[in-house]
Design a binder for this molecule. Structure first.
Ligand SMILES: Cc1cc2nc3c(=O)[nH]c(=O)nc-3n(C[C@H](O)[C@H](O)[C@H](O)COP(=O)(O)OP(=O)(O)OC[C@H]3O[C@@H](n4cnc5c(N)ncnc54)[C@H](O)[C@@H]3O)c2cc1C
Length: 407
């Protein structure tokens, strides 16, 4: 068995470490943060969105692009950058907006998500991890007949993939989720996927790391950045750190989200951060149990124990992710206008704001492959769906490793 270093302890790195440990490898999990899931995985929308794995690049988004460029949709912000990496990413993204590419990409993501779903069930029968997990289902709200009709092609695609979804009117949906009474706008139709789930990714990752340390002797190195890969004759031999001494290993998995600086064969335009915001607030007694996506405002609401997690916005442009008060207020106002009755927000400390970048590839498909150096593997670029894809993607990584290493 090999000694394998996994760089990046977000949900993707931790899921990779899990399957590697199960195969009997000696695994070292490394992150520059002080613990697991303190990057993009930390306070995301929390949705295990198995039925809604639509690629971000789509014909619908392309039709919407003029409005986005002109700044007419508050959910998106596009800031063009004079950066070759960004321009190449953007062109590749546009090429993925065709109906054919969208269908291929969405099919791939849906299959990966289905693998996550079954592996998560297995994992939770092995380990008891408290992360406010609930198979609460998900409802997508369509405000108008036109927006519902525009989604017909995607629904047909989902049907062909065997995705579990049903269409309800407002009264039928309200019978399942009474909190829809809080929503002030018209609802033309609701697409309901009862098998979708929600849970806190940060608690999941931290809990799984503890279980793996105890059961499989997983080692961790937190609070130090990897500065380069060590190699000899084109084979990876270890990791060099900013502070501590280097470590030796036989293989390295890069699960570094949108950080691509360690890739020896980095191709420009591979991954770009698409910034989003979330807040976590105490839920009121009127809160929903079913996760809700308000398509009109492009905001997701998920109940997590006594809290609600609300996430939205897609800001495409800056390479560095920084918190913007103005953007957060736009987002919070929109969330309040939709389901303000579901959470307490009277005092500033009632609402815990957060922002991060979604590690997006132009196709929305994660990069899961062997690297240029022997013993190097990549598992990154999970975009808007990394929580939903993490175990499926880790399984794909195991298959790639098996193909390359044999045995
Ligand atoms: C607002 C928002 C809402 C979202 N909602 C959802 C949702 O509801 N459902 C869903 O499925 N997905 C959602 N996502 C997407 C999801 O959060 C990401 O796809 C996922 O977290 C990516 O996980 P990761 O492990 O690849 O990246 P990360 O969690 O960012 O982990 C990468 C880790 O690599 C470490 N790292 C990088 N470089 C180095 C280095 N040189 N040395 C050491 N460590 C390094 C970083 O510190 C980081 O911890 C959302 C994202 C956002 C921003």
């Amino acid at each position: 068995m090999a000694r394998i270093a996994v760089v990046g302890a977000g949900v993707v790195g931790v899921a990779s470490a899990y399957l590697l440990c199960r195969q009997g490898h000696e695994v070292v999990l490394v992150d520059r943060h002080a613990g697991p899931a303190l990057g993009t995985s930390r306070l995301n929308g929390a949705q295990l969105s198995y039925a809604y794995c639509d690629a971000l690049a789509s014909p619908a988004l392309l039709r919407h692009m003029p409005g986005i460029v002109l700044g007419r949709d508050p959910a998106y912000r596009l800031r063009l950058q004079a950066d070759p990496d960004f321009l190449i990413w953007g062109l590749r993204f546009l090429a993925n907006c065709s109906p054919g590419r969208f269908a291929v990409n969405t099919r791939h993501l849906s299959e990966m998500a289905a693998t996550t779903r079954s592996l998560l069930t297995e994992l939770l029968s092995e380990f008891a991890i408290p992360f406010d997990y609930d198979v609460s289902g998900k409802m997508i709200l369509y405000a108008s007949a036109a927006s519902f009709a525009a989604g017909a092609g995607v629904r047909r695609l989902k049907q062909s993939l065997g995705v579990e979804q049903e269409t309800l009117d407002r009264a039928q949906a309200s019978a399942i989720e009474p909190a829809l009474a809080l929503y002030p706008d018209p609802i033309e139709r609701v697409v309901y996927s009862p098998g979708d789930a929600a849970g806190r990714p940060d608690l999941f990752a931290a809990g799984l790391v503890d279980c793996l340390s105890e059961r499989y002797g997983l080692q961790t190195i937190f609070g130090d950045a990897v500065t380069s890969l060590l190699s000899h004759r084109d084979k990876v031999t270890g990791l060099k750190f900013a502070i501590r001494e280097p470590i030796r290993c036989d293989r390295v998995v890069l699960a570094t989200g949108y950080a691509t600086n360690l890739l020896p064969d980095r191709v420009p335009g591979t991954v770009w951060p698409v910034q989003g915001y979330s807040f976590t607030a105490k839920a009121t007694s009127a809160v929903m149990r079913v996760s809700v996506t308000d398509l009109k405002r492009k905001i997701v609401f998920a109940r997590l124990g006594d809290d609600i997690r609300v996430a939205g916005l897609a800001d495409i442009g800056a390479r560095r992710v920084t918190f913007s008060n103005a953007r957060f207020e736009t987002f919070r106002d929109a969330a309040t206008s939709a389901f303000g009755g579901a959470f307490n927000s009277r005092e500033p400390e009632d609402v815990a704001p957060w922002t991060e970048g979604r590690p997006c590839t132009p196709s929305s498909r994660p990069i899961v492959r062997a690297g240029r150096l022997k013993g190097l593997y990549l598992n990154l670029g999970h975009g808007t769906l990394g929580w939903t894809l993490c175990l499926g993607s880790a399984k794909q990584l195991m298959d790639v490793m098996q193909d390359v290493e044999g045995g």
